[in-house]
Design a protein around this ligand. Sequence first.
Ligand code: GAL
Length: 945
Amino acid sequence: MPYLEDPGPGRGSVPARAAFTSDAPALSLNGTWRFRLSPGLAAAPAGIEGDDFDDSAWDELPVPSLWQLHGHGRPAYTNVRYPFPVDPPHVPSDNPTGDHRLRFDLPADWPAGSALLRFDGIDSCGRIWLNGTELGVTRGSRLPAEFEVGPLLRPHGNVLAVRVHQWSAGSYLEDQDMWWLSGIFRGVTLLARPDGGIGDYWVRADYDHTTGLGTVQVETGPDVVLDIPELEIAGHPAGEPLALPVEPWTAETPRLYDGILSTVAERVPVRIGFRTVSIEDGQLKVNGRRLLLRGVNRHEHDPRTGRVVSPETALADVLLMKRHNVNAVRTSHYPPDPAFLELCDTHGLWVIDECDLETHGFEPLGWAGNPSSDPIWADAYLDRMRRTVERDKNRPSVILWSLGNESHTGENLARMADWVRHRDPTRPIHYEGDHECAYVDVHSRMYATHEEVERIGRREDDNARRRDLPFVLCEYGHAMGNGPGGLLEYRELFERYPNCQGGFVWEWIDHGLAADEHFAYGGDFGEPIHDGNFVIDGLLFPDRTPSPSLAEFAKIIEPVRISAGASGIVVRNHHDFVTTAHLTFTWTLEDEGITVAQGVLDVPSVPSGQSVSVPLPVLPATGGESWLTVSAALASATAWAPAGHVVGWGQLPVSAAPAAAPLPPRGPVFRTGGRLVLGAGAFDPATGVLTSLGEHAVHGPRLDVWRATTDNDRGTFAGRPDADQWREAGLHRMQHRVIAVDADGEELVVRTRVAPPALPSGLLADYTWTAFDDRLRLRVAVTPDGEFPGTLPRLGLTMAVPGAFGAAEWFGGGPGEAYPDSRQAARIGRFSRSVDGLQTPYVFPQENGNRTAVRWARLTAPDGHGIQVDGDPVFDFTARRWTAAELEAARHTDDLVPGELVHLTLDVAQHGLGSASCGPGVLPRYRLVPQKTEFTLWFRAVRSR
Ligand code: GAL
């Protein structure tokens, strides 16, 4: 069998073992290598392993890297489909083949004897030679492979040659939803292995929450001793159990004890976290407590280097997660760089460590030929699982092993589970694809609807085995584009049903690749088959700027919740373990968004799962609408955030806006210069449309119901996409018919019918304008006329104002965007942004930037002149330098070119977001069903204060 098409594991490597460092010499071989890309094996040069092979004409390439991101070949994106014929285990002869060569010398003091050459990741298959001798072949792209090279090494002029193939039999097992990219993409290291050193070890450290005792026992070679200076343990025979009082490790208290494992020949630093994972009463527990997983799925991604993720980037991810209240990560869908898991140990994140396995491309074929149940792949499956567990077994953060993703079910998966259960009985097994839960310990689903989660929570499942297991959503809340909506309702279910233990939002980061002026997605590299922007579905933009969904998620999963109670302020502790003693509580009183008083709130320490009520502080009187904001912040710095970092907040209304003063007399409507004039407004007499306000030329407001559709509006997972129904109803091309413009007396009444071409249904819209001094009041009455199917994208007005009005200020929900089913992160306050700064730069442009519950908004030019809109009481608004149609037509952010005007939407309602791009649609309570609606807005020209 040619090695490329061998369905078995690679060959030549030493048995899998833990990832660790020691005081034995190590030499990183990362750096600049020589590189040559051939279109296939047949075209690749012969003899690259030879000392005298001349690679001087080859290119240079950094290692680690993925060659398509360095100008050799092009990236390609598919979600499910294999980009090559499904003809397992065969792969195309057109198989990009990257030859890599490095010459290196050993440091002068490099010891003689055994040495291992370690590759932490080669995508997808590497054949390796050192000094002319073949070491073997790797498969299992995101798993390490080590080769014994001691006898081959020489002090100077070592020649390492690695031939990497884009496609191999292993590619059939690596069909994760991500870019197809190839190369030596993780580190390469030479490790001296001293005689009598520590070949491998497994620190098993448990915690008994009933006694407070930790037990540590190290599975390793003979004659290894363990020191834990902090616990006054010295020279303890590592293999013998040791029980002693300790502080446990949890994601909330990532307590690690530094220790040393040593023999006479080698010292290995270890970090020991004592914790015990169990399943009791159908619940997943650690140290005796039920967990609520507030998790994310993390792919390794960098917009420039792809799956080459530097330690700094891995740290950035961990810090961002911790700072946004995330407590868990699923390493979808492969073991990450080992450095990431060490960071999870250090900073505290629960981890589902997932094996590098996905065969999703067989699903469209009805799973015919799926490797999961074909014996020729059995060893490869087991090999991948073994390498995952052996590599990461020392990580306390890892609490579940996952067999892989979307590989259907089959004997090979069951065998992996058997092996894990035997090798590591201390961690339960996860795999979503085992729907019957025949060989897993946790019931897992992806994108289950709220109703389905509720049924599982009520234990109404008719499968008895499944019914009694803890339940997790290994994927939910698909964060593609603008969304998801409906996260709050999932949290409510997780809190209502003890067996529903949370889940993992899909996914952490958009996989956009940096192109000239934008981020690229599937199809941007000319791929013949691709899945477009389905790879852009993260809580972070590709450059790791948080998208609004991350703020929303952070708010929904906040570990401390603050709300108004009958007798003051209720503080509820949602941590799974710790009290609130590490937090300080402060309050701020704002009068119409302006801070008027603040102080510290005395909150007694609240145990996990409990709440207290504290009285309101003594507050000064305020004149306008005022709110008390109470925040819980870290009292002192942690490893992941500074003191003062806010983990939770709540707002309590203190006083409502004062009753409006009696209205002054109404102004008359009159005709002059071919215009209708009413107070500060001038109107087109034929259309009744406002054409100027004060000295400012404007156009509109007019009724409008369209929004540039979101990925979720267009999503197909919840039945017929909302966007299809909206288009069919012609909502994107409504026409306005003026029925009457009545300009008699003190009111200007404009009666219109707004309706799509070719259809009989429409909306009757009556606008009634009245002037009170410098203010114009607009009352809008909307009445559906005829059979109006389905929902509306939004309901409100659009209006164009001068482009000079580039600064927005508002009192209402903010600072970020909000939609009916994604608005928890919006607090009531006074905010300002430039019009450009109001935009959320979704990689695939779509509706964005809506500010909600707005009492008033002002748009002004640099000279301070502008307009103000007041709600009666509130409205939603957006302001953009392009129209909704232009936003809809754009495919990348740089397609959006600012025009001459600022376009405003002023809405009484928005349809929710839902998550139909991959999950349930908009929940019934957030659907915007057309019905008779009346709303009022006030307009005036202003000069900013
Ligand atoms: C899941 C899959 C993920 C991703 C997601 C959609 O089915 O496990 O890898 O494809 O859907 O973005």
